[in-house]
Design a binder for this molecule. Structure first.
Ligand code: ZN
Ligand code: ZN
Ligand code: ZN
Length: 135
């Protein structure tokens, strides 16, 4: 989880507060625990908390895994800061995104679809080859 820092610009504006304590990338589905301000990706946090005796990896407070009220969204400023960065989609390098539209882009990304095309290309070629033999 998380957005790789290689795809973020400008690099000197990447605040450590914007990265997930667990994966060191820009946090995706960011959450904070009620007792400390450190931001985590929700999936990273779930894995860590489950492996860590249900304790927050930062402040060590006990977290009931099912009690989502222990997790809240980061403050508005977190999103404002993150939105100042530009994000390059790792599948279609031409897209320069903002955090606020990154997730939606990833769902609809054409680059992702074309990489599936690339995987299928040899299969299609083989199929064409097979039909050509009957010409
Ligand atoms: Zn993470
Ligand atoms: Zn905590
Ligand atoms: Zn893309």
């Amino acid at each position: 989880m998380g957005i790789s820092l290689e795809n973020i610009e400008p690099k000197d504006q990447i605040d450590p507060d914007l990265t997930c304590l667990l994966c060191d990338k820009i946090s995706e589905k960011p959450k904070v625990c009620q007792s400390c301000p450190k931001v985590f990706c929700l999936p990273c946090f779930r894995i860590e908390v489950a492996n860590n005796d249900n304790k927050c990896p930062n402040c060590k407070i006990h977290i009931n895994y099912d009690n989502v009220s222990y997790l809240k969204s980061p403050p508005k400023e977190w999103f404002e800061k993150t939105n100042e960065l530009t994000i390059k989609c790792e599948d279609c390098s031409e897209a320069i995104l903002q955090y606020s539209n990154y997730e939606e882009h990833r769902i609809n990304c054409q680059g992702r679809l074309s990489s599936i095309d690339e995987i299928l290309a040899p299969v299609r070629e083989a199929a064409n080859e097979a039909t050509r033999r009957f010409d």
